[in-house]
Design a protein around this ligand. Structure first.
Ligand code: GTP
Ligand code: MG
Length: 324
């Protein structure tokens, strides 16, 4: 694999090259940072949209319907499905989660799933970097689908320009979303499965919570619309798409897009430097060996984790500034 060829093919939007580049980045394999550095100047063009909400709410169904709508408008779309909650399920479940037969064969659509990346840096950073690859590959829009209503989802959606929160009538989602704080980061609220009873009530509840929480929202001046959909039938999807466009125009007009992207880049800078420093320090202090050697001592109470950590730092300090 020559990096130059991969980069060249990535720039042309070659799907096999996109896949290879994503694997490299996702698994932090040697050369991934060089690749990301090379594409960095070409990022920032794609519109990034997060779709989040509880399991089974219809996120993938809505995403598929949006993708179909956008393709009819000639917009190219990449979809990244992220599952922060299940390190064990790996690809199989994720594969199910984003089965999108209707769009899978279209070369203007790219679909990929990601599971928790165990090592340094974390899932939110890895997701952002995968989005950067897709951005550099020239996709107009990138959808990040993430399941759940916790802190990891908040971190993942923080990497997007516009966040759609999908809820369903029957499961007390409104309450959950309120508790989790997701409703405060949502730019567009969707009550899916509006063919089931209780949709109107949930819409009213969300409306009330939004009013109560006005002060807590990230973007003063934007009132998140609450829209009903039946994703599987495509009903209400055009309205969701229009709301995404409206929000994007709002962000552009108010300068909030630049601000959001600035915040995102600052955070990425911090995390990227932190990951490199951490990897360097682990290597230099032979951290893995130290931890393995002292595990039994810690388990049996002969030494504390803190003493081992202090010893690791002392090793590095010694290497940097050898005693006379
Ligand atoms: N009745 C009804 N069923 C729907 C609707 N939207 C989705 N479904 C069904 O709900 C189930 C879950 O839909 P998905 O789109 O996979 O939901 P998801 O939120 O992506 O699910 P996970 O990724 O597994 O969390 C599927 O069986 C869909 O066919 C809807 O508007 N009405
Ligand atoms: Mg899904």
């Amino acid at each position: 694999v020559t990096g130059a060829t991969l980069l060249e093919r990535l720039r042309l939007g070659d799907q096999a090259a996109v896949s290879r580049a994503i694997s490299l980045v996702e698994n932090a394999r040697p050369g991934f940072e060089e690749l990301l550095a090379a594409i960095h100047p070409r990022t920032g063009r794609a519109q990034r949209v997060g779709v989040t909400g509880p399991p089974g709410a219809g996120k993938s169904s809505l995403t598929q319907a949006l993708v179909q709508q956008w393709r009819r408008q000639g917009i190219t779309v990449a979809v990244v499905a992220v599952d922060p909650s299940s390190p064990l399920s790996g690809g199989a479940l994720l594969g199910d989660r984003i089965r999108m037969e209707g769009v899978a064969l279209d070369p203007g659509v790219f679909i990929r799933s990601m599971a928790t990346r165990g090592a340094l840096g974390g899932l939110a950073l890895a997701t952002r970097e995968v989005c950067d690859v897709l951005d550099a590959a020239g996709f107009d829009r990138i959808v990040v689908e993430t399941v759940g209503v916790g802190q990891s989802e908040l971190d993942v959606v923080a990497a997007t320009d516009t966040t759609i929160l999908v809820m369903v009538p029957e499961s007390g989602d409104g309450i959950q979303a309120l508790k989790s704080g997701l409703i405060e980061v949502a730019d567009v609220l969707v009550v899916n499965k509006a063919d089931r009873s209780g949709a109107d009530r949930l819409i009213r509840e969300i409306g009330i919570s939004l009013e109560l929480r006005q002060g807590a929202r990230a973007e003063p001046g934007w009132i998140p619309p609450v829209l009903a959909t039946i994703a599987t039938e495509g009903s209400g999807v055009a309205e969701v798409s229009a709301a995404v466009e409206d929000h994007h125009r709002f962000l552009e007009a108010t300068g909030a897009l630049t601000a959001r992207r600035g915040t995102r880049l600052a955070r990425q800078l911090h995390e990227v430097v932190s990951r490199s420093l951490s990897r360097w320090a682990w290597d230099a202090a032979e951290g893995a060996r130290l931890v393995a050697d002292r595990r039994a001592d810690v388990a049996e109470g002969r030494v504390t984790p803190y003493a081992v950590a202090a010893a690791a730092v002392a090793r590095l300090a010694g290497a940097e500034d050898p005693p006379a």
